[in-house]
Design a protein around this ligand. Structure first.
Ligand code: NAD
Length: 275
């Protein structure tokens, strides 16, 4: 660990060069008057494989890191290298934060709680009984879990990879047996959105290198709230169209900020200087 540095943190993942996480953590520490160094451990740049995440975690711990953020494609693979994990991370089968402490390597998932907080703060009072979720990868799994925890009674999930959607739906039904959760084929998305209170895009459609909208914008109506987890750009084509049609909208910024702030708190033990 570099001399005079109070906290040493890092991020393991693939293609993380342009990640916003390091400056968010460094700024957070600076605001609290503490020195923090944040290093990116990009498996591609290191010539490593996703399966090397355990070896990278062990090396980081030996080198004096206090903890790590874990991102795509290592969130599930990191599970088998932990000494313990929170019940939420276990239910999700993914960690995005690991803390090195006296109790060993502890895994957490702040993606789901960050989406839940962002939704609560950004769309207070929005009806959540019937929600359609597009995209059932890492982000979609966290969003689906957050919606069920927030009381959604009927969650429809859709993904061109229908098997993936079915897996998430089955996992959520197992965790929340009193609710309805079903996988919807792409051909039924239009009918499903008409019967929904809210829509969440957790697919990469709308990112700068993946332009477009994940569903036809004619389906958007003023009584539907629309959330996007994409945060580059913050104003996706979907959100712009939804705003124009009079929908309440939520960008991916809150989720990104809250997941970093919660991870910062877990690893450093400091309380981030914002809600
Ligand atoms: P992923 O590759 O694990 O999953 C994406 C899923 O979306 C895939 O299963 C894919 O088949 C599906 N998909 C593609 N096109 C679709 C469409 N038209 N309709 C429905 N599903 C579709 O990716 P991920 O890690 O889940 O990330 C997804 C997006 O979420 C990315 O843009 C990422 O930047 C963003 N993200 C944001 C935050 C945040 O804090 N705001 C956190 C994590 C991820």
């Amino acid at each position: 660990r570099p001399e005079g540095v109070a906290f040493l943190l890092g991020l393991i993942g693939s293609g993380i060069g342009p990640s916003l996480t390091p400056p968010m953590h460094e700024r957070e520490a600076a605001e609290l008057g503490r020195s923090l160094e944040y290093r990116t451990l990009d498996i591609d740049e290191l010539g490593a494989e996703p399966g090397d995440v355990g070896a990278l975690m062990r090396s980081a711990r030996r080198l004096g890191f206090d903890g790590l953020n874990i991102t795509h494609p290592c969130k599930q693979l990191a599970l088998r290298h932990l000494d313990g994990l929170t019940p939420d991370a276990e239910a999700l089968g993914a960690v995005n934060t690991v803390v090195f402490g006296e109790a060993g390597v502890q895994g957490h998932n702040t993606d789901w709680s960050a989406f839940a907080r962002s939704l609560e703060a950004g769309l207070p009072g929005a009806p959540k009984d019937r929600v359609l979720l597009l995209g059932t990868g890492g982000a979609g799994s966290a969003v689906g879990y957050a919606l069920m925890r927030a009381g959604t009674g009927e969650l429809a999930v859709s993904d061109p990879d229908f098997e993936r959607a079915e897996l998430l739906a089955a996992n959520l039904r197992g965790l929340f047996p009193d609710r309805v959760c079903r996988a919807v084929p792409v051909a039924q998305v239009a009918d499903t959105v008409r019967a929904s209170d809210g829509l969440v895009n957790a697919s990469p459609v709308g990112m700068a290198h993946h332009p477009g909208t994940p569903l036809p914008t004619e389906l958007l109506r003023p009584s539907l709230w629309v959330a996007d987890v994409v945060y580059r750009p913050l104003e996706t084509e979907l959100l712009a169209a939804a705003r124009e049609r009079g929908c309440r909208v939520l960008s991916g910024k809150g989720m990104a900020v809250h997941q970093a702030a919660e991870a910062f708190g877990l690893i450093t033990g400091l309380v981030p200087d914002r809600d």
